[in-house]
Ligand binder design. Structure first.
Ligand SMILES: O=P(O)(O)OC[C@H]1O[C@H](OP(=O)(O)OP(=O)(O)O)[C@H](O)[C@@H]1O
Ligand SMILES: Nc1nc2[nH]cnc2c(=O)[nH]1
Length: 185
C-alpha cells in the first residue's frame, strides 16, 4: 500500500466521529425543508462552492421540489492545509445573476471569510439577495464578522479540524460518511 493510503487509513482509524451518517441525513432533510419554505417561489440561482460544497449540494438538490437553477463556482483558501489563507478564485461564476435570489451552498462556515467574499462578489455582480447554506457551522469566536451565521445551517460542531461530507483532510476523505475530527487537531 502507498504511504498516503496508509496515512489516510490511520487518520480515519484515529479520528473522532462527531456526527454520524444518520444525523447528517436528518440535518440535510431539515435544511431542505427550510430552504423550500423560504425559496420555493423565488426562482433561486444556486451556486455549489467547489470542492467542499459538492456532497451537500448533491444531497440537497433532489430534496428541493421546485425549480432551481444549479451552477457552481470554485474558490479556495485552505487548499490542502488545515489553516486558511487568502481566498483564491479558481472559477468565477459566469451566469448572469442580475436581480436574482442567489443561494450559496458550502460544506462549512469556519471563519466565514470564504462565504462573505463569495456573497460580496454576487452582490457586486447584481444579485438582488444572497442567502447561504452550510452543512456545518464551527463553534468559535474567530468569525470574520461578529455573530456571522449562514441563513441555513445543518449542524453546529466543535472547534476541531473536520473532514467528511465534502470536507477534506489533505485532499482525502471528502467521501467519509459522517463528520469526523482529526486526532489532535
Ligand atoms: O469559513 P472559512 O474559514 O473561510 O472556511 C470555509 C471554507 O474552507 C473550505 O474550503 P477550502 O478552501 O478548503 O477549499 P475546498 O472547498 O476545495 O476544500 C470549505 O469548503 C469552505 O469553503
Ligand atoms: N476540511 C476542512 N476544511 C475547512 N475549512 C475551514 N475549516 C475546515 C475544517 O475544519 N475542515
Amino acid at each position: 500500500m502507498s504511504d498516503t493510503v496508509t496515512e489516510m487509513n490511520q487518520v480515519m482509524a484515529e479520528a473522532d466521529c462527531l456526527v454520524n451518517e444518520q444525523q447528517v441525513h436528518s440535518a440535510i432533510e431539515t435544511m431542505a425543508g427550510e430552504i423550500t419554505e423560504r425559496l420555493h417561489d423565488r426562482n433561486p440561482l444556486l451556486f455549489c462552492v467547489m470542492n467542499g460544497g459538492l456532497i451537500l449540494t448533491g444531497q440537497l438538490l433532489p430534496q428541493l421540489k421546485f425549480p432551481v437553477q444549479a451552477e457552481y463556482l470554485h474558490a479556495t483558501r485552505y487548499r490542502q492545509e488545515t489553516t486558511g489563507g487568502i481566498l483564491e478564485w479558481k472559477l468565477r461564476p459566469e451566469v448572469d445573476m442580475k436581480d436574482r435570489t442567489v443561494l450559496i451552498v458550502d460544506d462549512i462556515l469556519d471563519e466565514g471569510t470564504t462565504l462573505c467574499a463569495i456573497a460580496d462578489y454576487c452582490l457586486t455582480h447584481g444579485a438582488r439577495e444572497v442567502l447561504t447554506a452550510v452543512l456545518v457551522d464551527k463553534q468559535h469566536e474567530r468569525k470574520a464578522r461578529p455573530d456571522l451565521k449562514a441563513d441555513f445551517t445543518g449542524l453546529e460542531v466543535e472547534d476541531r479540524f473536520l473532514f467528511g461530507y465534502g470536507m477534506d483532510y489533505k485532499g482525502y476523505w471528502r467521501n467519509a460518511p459522517g463528520i469526523y475530527a482529526v486526532k489532535g487537531l
